[in-house]
Design a protein around this ligand. Sequence first.
Ligand code: ADP
Ligand code: ADP
Length: 229
Amino acid sequence: EGRVKFDNVRFGYEPERPILKGVSFLVPGGKTLAIVGPSGAGKSTIARLLFRFYDVTGGSISIDGQDIGRVQQRTLRANIGIVPQDTVLFNDTIGYNIAYGREGADQAEIEAAARGAAIHGFISRLPDGYKAQVGERGLKLSGGEKQRVAIARTLLKDPPVLILDEATSALDSRTESEIQRTLRDVSERRTTIVIAHRLSTIVDADEIVVLNEGRVAERGTHASLLRQG
Ligand code: ADP
Ligand code: ADP
């Protein structure tokens, strides 16, 4: 039994236009699956189905053996963290942006999350640290820094299932690798799904699924897929 299981999942936004045409994969607890493929392949659709923005039209999705169609949406969403490609930060402090929605979070927890998102070093060098203001009248963060704040926010929530939907694709490949590596270090229990355009930016996922036109075209490890070319 995997933690996240897609079993012959079929789905279309419109009935006459299937987007996923029988997708199956299994991600064990604590492991990382990368989903790569060209734009329009259906990668983000997989993330949306997991979060139940939509229901599958065939097959099933289960988490820890439970069909997500039978789980309360609130319970389901509490267990899944999604970091999207574009994140908008609040015009507030870095700490607030990381702790948003987690009123009880203390400084040590926030720092630990920031470490996991590979941004702690940057923040600790700022004169105001986590109290530094971001946005229009504060600090101008780069796209990569913003993404790392967004990742830290999700890490603080500590969801059993973490989905990075192209969340690191806009970053330079060194930063992207760094985040994937730190995520791996901090996540022994967490199941992670990384969605990306390019195989080249995937760092040591336990398995990689190549999606093309709504089907799993290939699967393997980074090394085995590179060997196939
Ligand atoms: P990817 O993430 O691989 O780029 P998506 O999952 O976003 O692909 O999209 C897969 C296909 O579904 C695309 O052809 C896209 O145009 C279509 N699609 C995405 N969202 C919708 C929607 N809300 N309504 C209709 N079609 C959609
Ligand atoms: P595309 O990238 O293919 O144009 P979008 O990313 O705009 O598609 O999303 C298509 C649909 O998926 C939206 O209409 C929305 O219902 C749903 N969706 C995607 N991401 C989110 C999100 N973060 N929150 C709520 N709904 C979302």
